[in-house]
Design a protein around this ligand. Structure first.
Ligand code: NAD
Length: 260
């Protein structure tokens, strides 16, 4: 085990699958105790087992990140168990409903914004009081859809939530610098995960949308989507003191996809 995060406690939302799971394992491998916040019991329990096999410590909390009470309680449970929070990876997210704007229901809009944007706000909000004394690192998962690449019809709610996360991260970096809390936002391109399962499509969007597929060459550095483990390397860097002078930055991890 490396010692980059020895003695540190990390809260990771969406830790049961994809990018969150890969980050949970990688941070555990580097010495952090991991608090997994997720809705998906089976996958998250399996992720926790994998952490234990690495010799790491963990705490799984069944949390809907859009529920203020639940997030607050879960953070309290982390404090009761570990007494501190050093790293927050606000990563839980859904694609939500892909639909032309005129057919997108207010409920579908709310679901995407509540999970992706409000969930980020709540996770950060309730962690701050426990990070103020010793400082720490907050990492937020946005997307290339949050600022650079607006392709794929029907993704207005998703893109708005992801753009909101970029703005939120920058304001948080400014506000929290006085406590030596760094805040950065990562913007992945296509990564091979289970996120497709969270996609609802309206009939109308099927007719007009570009299929969400990643043909060879769509990312110049890869022949298809990137892997969650590649994102986990970036999360570890941002979580550790190796990035001690980096805050308020958005970092693209997209195999140069956004240059095409
Ligand atoms: P994933 O579906 O594999 O993992 C997402 C996890 O979040 C799941 O375990 C799910 O149960 C959890 N989750 C969903 N809603 C939740 C809620 N309300 N409360 C708690 N947990 C919840 O997907 P992923 O690709 O690993 O997604 C992680 C993040 O990466 C998301 O924010 C996503 O928008 C972002 N992202 C993904 C890609 C990609 O191509 N996969 C690209 C850019 C950004």
């Amino acid at each position: 085990m490396s010692e980059l995060l020895n003695g540190k406690v990390a809260v990771i939302t969406g830790a049961g699958s994809g990018i969150g799971r890969a980050a949970a394992l990688h941070l555990a491998r580097n010495g952090a105790s991991i608090c997994l916040f997720d809705l998906n019991d089976n996958r998250t329990e399996e992720a926790e087992k994998a952490i234990h096999e690495l010799g790491g410590e963990s705490l799984f909390l069944d949390v809907d990140v859009s529920d203020p009470k639940r997030v607050e309680q879960a953070v309290q449970s982390v404090i009761e168990r570990f007494g501190r929070i050093d790293v927050v990876f606000a990563n839980a997210g859904i694609n939500g409903t892909l639909s032309p704007i005129e057919d997108l229901t207010p409920e579908a809009w709310d679901e995407t914004l509540s999970t992706n944007l409000k969930g980020t706000f709540l996770t950060v909000k309730y962690a701050i009081p426990h990070m103020k004394q010793d400082g720490g690192s907050i990492i937020i998962t946005s997307s290339i859809n949050g600022s650079r690449k607006f392709s794929g019809f029907g993704m207005s709610a998703y893109s708005a939530s992801k753009a909101g996360q970029v703005a939120f991260a920058k304001m948080a970096a400014l506000e929290l610098a006085r406590y030596k809390i760094r805040v950065n936002v990562i913007c992945p391109g296509a990564i091979e995960t289970n996120i497709g399962e969270s996609t609802e499509r309206t009939k109308q969007v099927d007719k007009i949308t570009i299929p969400v597929e990643y043909p060879e060459g769509s990312q110049p550095l890869e022949h298809g989507p990137g892997q969650p483990e590649q994102v986990a390397d970036l999360v570890l860097f941002l979580a550790s003191q190796q990035s001690s002078h980096i805050s308020g930055t958005e970092i693209y991890i997209d195999g140069a996809e956004t240059l095409l």
